[in-house]
Write a protein that binds this ligand. Structure first.
Ligand SMILES: C[S@@+](CC[C@H](N)C(=O)[O-])C[C@H]1O[C@@H](n2cnc3c(N)ncnc32)[C@H](O)[C@@H]1O
Length: 256
């Protein structure tokens, strides 16, 4: 049997198995529980991919905006989700317009899943775009892959430098792991949870990292010690594969 940290799950939520879902079992249960509790008026998902997480967000929300830099998801997922508006583009450039539209429509944004660009800079920029808008209500923000060292750094450095509206922050709301996809000891998964509250001003910020020791000891045995230092070579690798007409199997988020 093939190792799979995402399946099986046992739930009364009718999971559509045809929609690939990039989360572990614990993360799936967490998202389902959180959505059931929040029942958002409006939710935003950054990183649609093949619709796995979107099926849950869509099911519990009145309205959803799902953003992806690729136009593939909107093509094959549109017929499945009547309450979802698919937005194609870099999340950083789309978010402000969506926030404004929600406000102009007199609606309330309750939830954001950040699961798009997982680089340190990418996550930082997503959070910056979220916090730069003068939201009137509190928002629950869930960030996937907080166990990935670069992604975690992006979240942590942003929060440390922008403590103003952070009412609660936990980087290990759900713990990640070495991923199961054959990549040599790469740390992925994990969910960080941040509660944004415009009323929260001047309070001291505490960033919870309830599995910090696990994170740090796992890191010492991980591929990231070398790999993250070589990250500047990745665009070159992509270029070489493209010019040779080859599909880079590790590059699953391009041309899907
Ligand atoms: C990990 S997948 C999302 C998985 C999905 N949330 C799930 O759990 O089933 C990441 C997605 O983010 C998209 N993405 C990457 N960078 C992005 C960006 N800057 N803006 C919007 N989407 C981006 C990729 O195209 C990819 O489809």
């Amino acid at each position: 049997m093939k190792d799979d940290i995402g399946n099986p799950i046992f739930t009364d939520f009718k999971v559509d198995e045809s929609l690939e879902w990039q989360m572990s079992r614990a993360e799936k249960y967490c998202l389902m529980g959180l959505m059931k509790e929040l029942t958002p008026d409006v939710a935003i998902e950054i990183g649609t991919y093949k619709g796995g997480s979107l099926q849950v967000i869509s099911s519990y929300s009145q309205q959803v905006y799902s953003i992806d830099i690729s136009d593939s998801p909107s093509k094959f997922l549109s017929p499945k989700f009547a309450n979802v508006e698919f937005v194609v583009g870099d999340s950083v450039h789309c978010l402000t317009n969506i926030f404004q539209k929600i406000e102009d429509d007199g609606k309330r944004l309750d939830f954001i899943l950040v699961d798009g660009d997982h680089t340190r800079r990418g996550v930082y920029r997503d959070l910056e775009a979220i916090f730069n808008f003068p939201h009137k209500h509190s928002i629950t923000i869930l960030m996937h892959d907080s166990f990935n060292p670069e992604c975690r750094k992006g979240i942590r450095t942003f929060l440390e430098s922008h403590p103003q509206f952070v009412a609660y922050a936990e980087l290990d709301y759900v713990t990640g792991s070495y991923w199961h996809n054959g990549t040599y000891r790469e740390m992925w998964g994990g969910l960080a949870l941040v509660k944004y509250d415009p009323k929260n001003q001047g309070q001291e910020l505490y960033i919870n990292q309830s599995q910090r020791q696990l994170f740090e000891s796992t890191y010492l045995h991980s591929a990231h010690l070398v790999k993250d230092r070589m990250a500047f070579l990745f665009p070159l690798k992509r270029k070489i594969f493209r010019s040779l007409g080859l599909k880079n199997k590790g590059d699953i988020y391009h041309d899907f």
